[in-house]
Every structure is written in C-alpha cells, then in structure tokens.
Write a protein that binds this ligand. Structure first.
Ligand SMILES: CC(C)(COP(=O)(O)OP(=O)(O)OC[C@H]1O[C@@H](n2cnc3c(N)ncnc32)[C@H](O)[C@@H]1OP(=O)(O)O)[C@@H](O)C(=O)NCCC(=O)NCCS
Length: 200
C-alpha cells in the first residue's frame, strides 16, 4: 500500500456525479455500524450528504490510489446563526460560537477504506481539504464513544471545545472540536509517530 495518494478537489456543482461514489464508500466503511445504529443508516447518511452538498461553499476531497478510491472528506462553512452549535451542552462565551458565514468551516465527514488505514491517507485528505479553505477556523464533531478518533484529531492540532448533542433523533453525544486554520503550525504539527492515536 502506498502512503502517497492522489487527491482531487470537488465543489457543489460536481456533487451529483460524485454522489454514488461517496455513498458506496460510506456503505463499506460504516457497514457494521449501520446494522446496529440508526444514526449510521445509509438513508440518513444520503439525506445528510444531499443537505451538506447543497450548502454554499461545500467542498470535498477524494483520495485515489491508482484507479481505486481510498476515502474522502467534505464540509461547508457554517452560516450565520448556525444550527451546528444548537446542541452545545458546555457553557462558552457567546462570541465563541458567533458565526458570520465566513468564520468557520465545518468538517462534516472524513473516512478512509480499511486497506488505506494507518497509511497517512486520512491526514492527507484532512489537510488537503482544510488547507484550501479561507475561513479562520474549522470545527468537527467526534463521537464520545470513539476516544481513539478523538485522540487522533488532538494529535492533528484540534482542541476540544465541549460536549455537544445535535438536536436530531438518535444523535450520539459528541466532543465539539476547533482548529485555527490561519495558524500554519497545524499543517506541520503531525509527524508519522505523532499520528499514533494512542490507547485510550
Ligand atoms: C477516522 C479514520 C479516517 C482515521 O484513519 P487513520 O488515520 O488511518 O487511523 P485508524 O483507522 O488507525 O484509526 C485510529 C484508531 O481509531 C479507531 N477508530 C477509527 N474509526 C473508528 C470508529 N468509527 N469507531 C471506533 N473506533 C474507531 C481505529 O480502530 C484505530 O484504533 P487502533 O489504533 O486501536 O487500531 C478511519 O479510521 C475511518 O475512516 N474510520 C471510520 C469513519 C470515522 O469514524 N470517521 C471519523 C468521523 S469523526
């Protein structure tokens, strides 16, 4: 397995063409989770993808290893008064979650097919998506029952803001995380050894 993957960038006008590929990869990566967790169902995901890809500023990167798709990441800027922060359970100053439409990019999805796990492909996708963004900062939500994934993001420079449960049926409890994008430090922070997600 190579560690260098080709990354292609896509925008909302390409979403209809890309949709079947994104759904196929989701179905493969989340096959086990979808069987037991209604929040992970393919239908719910497809509706979420359609919602996200119709937002202004949606962007997506897909990784390829030769002819094979490896994984992808996508997101979009938060609009003014974003519902994203509506489920925040931790008290923070209002300024912290004040959105302008151009302040914060929400990283909605990042997934990598099993053969390309632990190769650096996930960080390549993450960095390719975020380094192309003009916003000041990025945010993501990570399921609190997945501490290793939380730790992975911490190693990539993300900071935990607090607890958040989206006001959506069956939504799990998440850590809400933030990453300042204008601090070039985050793009250099990760060495191969620091990508080990640890054992928590
Ligand atoms: C998250 C992801 C992109 C990271 O890829 P990676 O950098 O190659 O890292 P790994 O796949 O080794 O994941 C790191 C650790 O987190 C664990 N992990 C990854 N996804 C997980 C999930 N959805 N649930 C629980 N644990 C998970 C892995 O088992 C691994 O633990 P290990 O070191 O004991 O083997 C990839 O694991 C993935 O696609 N996971 C499924 C989708 C997902 O959870 N995306 C993140 C949403 S916030």
């Amino acid at each position: 397995m190579t560690t260098g993957i080709d990354i292609r960038h896509y925008t909302a006008d390409q979403a209809p063409t890309l949709r079947p590929l994104l759904l196929d990869m989701y179905a493969e990566v989340y096959e086990d989770a979808a069987q037991s967790d209604p929040f992970a169902s393919i239908d719910r995901y497809a509706a979420g993808l359609d919602g996200w890809s119709s937002r202004p500023g949606w962007s997506c990167v897909v990784g390829y290893d030769g002819d094979e798709s490896v994984g992808y990441a996508y997101g979009a800027p938060l609009p003014e008064g974003a519902r994203w922060w509506g489920g925040l359970l931790t008290d923070v100053p209002a300024e912290v979650v004040a959105e302008t439409g151009t302040r914060t990019y929400a990283l909605s999805e990042l997934m990598v097919r099993r053969p390309w796990r632990k190769t650096g492909a996930s960080h390549q996708l993450h960095t390719a998506l975020l380094s192309a963004r003009p916003e000041q900062r990025a945010t993501l939500l990570v399921d609190q029952t997945h501490p290793k994934v939380h730790h992975l993001y911490e190693n990539w420079g993300w900071q935990t803001l607090g607890d958040l449960r989206p006001r959506i049926e069956n939504a799990p409890l998440f850590h809400a995380m933030l990453l300042p994008l204008h601090d070039a430090q985050w793009q250099r922070a990760v060495s191969p050894s620091s990508m080990d997600p640890g054992s928590d």
